[in-house]
Design a protein around this ligand. Structure first.
Ligand code: ADP
Ligand code: MG
Length: 987
């Protein structure tokens, strides 16, 4: 390293004779030079060559600002520039440029170090990012270091939480941009998962990033992914409104079921097993957790009778009887699928005046009717459609709300699946019995339970986009990091991020005195000793920084200090600006500061006047943290830049770390041998080692947990890359038509194969099914004779259809305005991607949670997860294509044009055809339907149109209704058969 430092300093010497403009001129000429290099690799190479000169330029600029006593404001505070890069800072800068982690102690001036590689890498014109832990630091560092950049002719921007997209775009357009990891990450998600045009995107690539406090961001925050969520449905929920009625209904049903159960018991007692079994099956349908039912199910004979009754009803021939049986109840509950359905009786109880209140209108036919009504103007048509849509949404919401309330009442038990705490419903993890605060059941169920328990009802949200921090940072072509403490986690940085750690020596020798740990038998004794120590420091006005591992401990200490009348500050992580001030003041004579976890706080503590004579800042740790790194962070807060300072940790055998991982037993024995008395402590370097061993054990375990999370997220990451890549291709394409044709080219052969097989002898070819699919998806007007599928092999059939579809599509779009068609085409694809991707994210969440249970079945959850995630992804991509096909002829950029197109179709096709359900005519019913309708409400089942005129009726407006069911799952119609053999049968 030394030669390069010498070289930089020599060059800096020669630059001293340059004029400001000459110095600045170098920035411009390097930029021009680099812009001419075609590839990033060539640019990197060039950067390595100019590094010494560039660093020297930055250092020289710092010198000029210092010599001129440059003043400016940072976060509205006046400031003066008075620093020129030290040699160790130059070394730190080289390490950062090379894409490694610089470990530099607190107070070594990492903020200034970063200016060197940021300047150098920004010369490429492709942007350089500095990632801070909070908004305040992003602004502070951008305004502070910005003095240097603007002196040299580079622009600097800063992302803040409350900025509008247009402002953000400007910040990203700057040569250098400061911001927090979550703002960067969220912008990425918004750009790639939500923006629908290039203009809406704010970022411009991932070239080079330096992560400040890298351990805090990449390790401590690594377990919580960034999630953008949105309201799952328009929040017009009526859980409050329906609750009293549902409550009554549940009560009525309970009475009914109890009566039936008592009758059944009489039947059983009289030896009539069949009749009793039938009755109890009815109870099971209406109240699966009925007490009498549960008791009878324990009796093998009765259980057999009930099971037999159940089985007999699930035969195809008894469908009607089953239906009639259900109608005798107010509603039915299916425990396995967790569904609840109102019967006719139940519906009229809920809304006696309007029997249709719980039946969804057939929106598509209504729209068609409106469209074909020529006495209406376009405007009137739009208005009427809007009204119908609204009505439909309200009905759907109502049906959904009531069914969720029924589930909440009948399937969810307080203190079993959830507890109520502080006016909140908290889910209880079924397997561990642990509470899971902050988690919510989806799709309105949580709100229904909240209504049931009469607590505050929160708005429903659903994941729209998600990424882990790790995976965001992996997007960068070059990543670097800096922190005071990385060494202990060097393995993890290397394995996961391919980041090597270089430990940079301090500018001046460290004068800190680290004392041995003091170990006590109980917590109480430990805290008393801590308070005594603080009192002594306070008496001699030496400032103290007290670190705790939990907020709870901070509060306890604060109360104890109050009792002793010692004034003190407690750090509250919520207010970053205030926090920075508190930290900055912590070095003044006589202050006492309590803080939980000092890692990543980013402000260094300067000593007040007279404090060095009192021994500098004294750091007290009140517990050893699970991770040694956090303890080092705390220690590192004192003795910066050669200042005096001291530190000591207090430990008790009751601390979590010692109880769970320490050799507490052995230690207790030692203590007994020494005859440790109340309040007495142990202190020995040998004991420090024991504590450290315990810490290493926990670190290892936590590392494995994080690695596991990441392994899981890797799967998601690959999928995200594919989907976002596809999305951006759509957004960027000037000509989206080839993308549409690509979908046709890929999806049609797959469909043909689904119906006809591969054409090998012995395979069943379902020609009728194929024809049906073709005619419900495209206005081709094919019939058996015209299609002649039998005369071709599957491949030729696919080719035949592809040509016909493309031809029809060309005809359709020729009636529309070309630019409008282009944006419609983009929209059709984006819409399909977004809707299905969100559903997919949801399903992946469920998979991730569910897959852990497989561990009990001796299966590796990761392997299982990967396999299933892959299958789901393949299905997702196929679904996206199918949805695009499905919407291709149901969307129009212009209603009039669509009618013109319809007019060109043969008359028999015209009758049923209508544009999509969206009021703008550019989307389908499926896309606009609120989430609630997706659940199993039998009243909404598919309104498949009867084929007319034999086989070639076109029923384009068919909606997809009902839930998405796996082909091997039980059919949702309740037949008890597999879906593929029942309603899901392809033929
Ligand atoms: P770190 O992030 O490494 O803990 P900071 O970047 O917050 O440290 O800087 C700590 C303090 O050191 C700041 O007040 C800064 O002004 C000062 N400082 C940094 N580099 C120099 C330098 N080369 N000369 C003088 N003061 C410096
Ligand atoms: Mg810092």
């Amino acid at each position: 390293m030394a030669p390069i430092v010498r070289q930089i300093n020599e060059l800096e010497g020669t630059f001293q004779s340059f004029s400001d403009d000459e110095l600045r001129g170098l920035t411009a000429s390097w930029k021009d030079d680099l812009a001419k290099l075609p590839t990033p690799e060539e640019q990197w190479k060039r950067l390595d060559e100019i590094l010494p000169e560039a660093f020297a330029v930055v250092k020289n600029a710092a010198r000029r600002l210092t010599e001129r006593g440059h003043t400016f404001t940072v976060c509205d505070q006046p400031m003066k520039w008075e620093m020129v890069h030290f040699d160790v800072q130059l070394i730190g800068g080289v390490v950062l440029h090379r894409g490694k982690i610089s470990e530099m102690a607190t107070g070594e001036g990492k903020t200034l170090v970063a200016t060197l590689p940021l300047y150098l890498n920004a010369l490429t014109g492709r942007g350089a990012h500095l990632v801070t832990v909070n908004d305040y630091l992003a602004r502070r560092d951008a305004e502070w270091m910005g003095q240097l950049y603007s002196f040299l002719g580079l622009t600097v921007g800063c992302i803040q939480h409350d900025q509008e997209p247009s402002v953000r775009r400007q910040q990203y357009a700057c040569d250098i941009t400061y911001g927090t990891n979550s703002e960067f990450g969220f912008d990425y998600l918004r750009d790639n998962g939500m923006a629908t045009t290039r203009e809406q995107q704010v970022q411009r690539g991932y070239n080079y990033a330096i992560v400040d406090e890298v351990d805090s961001i990449l390790i401590d925050e690594a377990r919580t992914p960034l999630i953008i969520s949105g309201p799952a449905t328009i929040s017009t929920h009526q859980y409050d409104k329906w609750k009293p009625l549902v409550e009554q209904l549940v009560r009525k049903q309970t009475m009914l079921c109890n009566r039936i159960a008592s009758e059944a018991k009489e039947k059983f007692d009289a030896g009539n097993l069949e009749e009793g079994g039938l009755q109890m099956f009815k109870v099971k349908l209406g109240q699966p957790r009925n007490k009498q039912l549960l008791r009878m199910m324990e009796d093998p004979e009765k259980r057999k009778a009930i099971d037999k009754a159940e089985l007999s009803f699930y035969q195809d021939t008894r469908k009607d009887e089953l239906f009639a049986l259900k109608e005798e109840l107010f509603f039915t509950i299916d425990e396995k699928s967790q569904e609840a359905d109102l019967s006719e009786q139940g519906r009229s109880f809920m809304n006696p005046d309007d029997p249709n209140a719980f039946v969804l209108p057939d929106l598509i036919s209504e729209f068609t009717e409106i469209d074909l009504n020529h006495s209406l103007s376009d405007e009137q048509k739009e208005k009427q459609k809007g009204e119908r849509q609204q009505l439909c949404d309200t009905q759907a919401e109502r049906i959904h709300n009531i069914s969720q309330l029924l589930r909440a009442y009948c399937l969810f038990e307080k203190d079993v699946q959830y507890v109520v705490e502080e006016n909140k419903v908290v889910i209880v993890d079924e397997y561990t019995g642990r509470k899971m605060p902050g988690r919510r059941w989806s799709d309105g169920l949580h709100q229904a339970v909240e209504a049931k328990e009469a607590v505050q009802i929160d708005r429903e949200t659903q994941t729209l986009a998600t990424i882990t921090i790790q995976n965001y940072f992996r997007l960068y072509q070059k990543l670097a990091g800096m922190t005071g403490t990385a060494e202990t986690e060097a393995n993890e940085f290397h394995d996961i991020y391919k980041l090597d750690v270089a430990v940079i020596p301090t500018n001046r020798p460290v004068a800190r005195k680290d004392s041995n740990d003091r170990i006590y038998k109980t917590r109480r004794e430990k805290y008393n000793a801590v308070i005594n120590e603080i009192k002594e420091c306070h008496a001699r006005t030496q400032p103290v920084l007290v670190g705790t591992v939990s907020v709870e401990a901070s509060e306890l200490l604060s109360r104890m200090l109050k009792r002793e009348k010692i004034p003190h500050n407690v750090l509250n992580a919520k207010y970053h600006m205030q926090e920075a001030e508190i930290v900055a003041r912590a070095g003044q004579a006589g202050t006492v500061t309590i803080s939980t976890n000092m890692a990543g706080r980013g402000t260094d503590i300067k000593l007040g006047s007279g404090v060095p004579d009192r021994g500098g800042l004294y750091v007290i740790g009140t517990e050893r943290h699970e991770s040694r790194r956090i303890d080092r962070q705390l220690r590192g807060r004192c003795a910066r830049q050669g200042d005096p300072g001291a530190s000591r940790f207090y430990v008790s055998f009751e601390d979590d770390l010692m109880r769970n991982f320490g050799a507490a037993d052995r230690m207790t024995k030692i203590m007994e041998r020494f005859g440790l008395e109340e309040g007495q402590e142990l202190e020995h370097p040998w004991l420090n080692k024991s504590v450290e061993t315990a810490q290493k054990r926990v670190e290892q375990r936590n590392y494995l947990i994080r690695k596991r999370t990441l392994d899981m997220d890797d799967v998601m990451n690959n999928q995200r890359e594919v989907v976002y890549g596809y999305r951006n291709e759509v957004i960027d394409s000037e000509e989206p038509r080839p993308l549409i044709y690509e979908v046709i080219d890929e999806a049609v052969p797959a469909k043909v194969q689904e119906y006809l097989g591969t054409g090998k002898p012995g395979e069943d070819a379902n020609y009728a099914g194929l024809l049906q699919w073709v005619n419900t998806t495209f206005p081709l007007g094919l019939n058996k004779d015209r299609a002649q599928f039998e005369t071709r092999d599957p491949e030729a059939n696919a080719q035949f259809l592809i040509e016909k579809i493309k031809d029809a599509y060309q005809r359709k779009s020729s009636h529309e305005e070309p630019t409008a068609v282009k944006s419609l085409e983009r929209y059709i694809i984006l819409n399909a991607i977004d809707r299905l991707w969100q559903e997919h994210l949801y399903a992946m969440d469920a998979l991730r949670e569910g897959v852990y249970l497989r561990a009990y079945a001796q299966k590796d959850p990761l392997i299982e997860y990967k396999a299933e995630a892959y299958d789901m992804f393949v299905e997702l991509m196929a679904n996206i294509k199918n949805e695009v096909l499905h919407n291709l002829f149901r969307s129009t950029s212009n209603l009039q044009a669509f009618e013109n197109f319809l007019a060109t179709l043969p008359q028999f096709l015209l009758r049923e055809t209508a544009p999509g359900a969206g009021s703008d005519g550019a989307s389908t019913g499926t896309a606009k339907r609120p989430a609630g309708v997706r659940t199993n409400t039998p009243t909404t089942s598919t309104q498949a149109l009867e084929p007319e005129n034999g086989e070639y009726a076109i029923d384009l407006p068919v909606r997809r209704g009902g839930p998405k069911v796996g082909r091997n799952e039980p059919c949702p119609c309740g037949s008890g058969k597999k879906y593929k053999n029942c309603c899901g049968r392809v033929a």
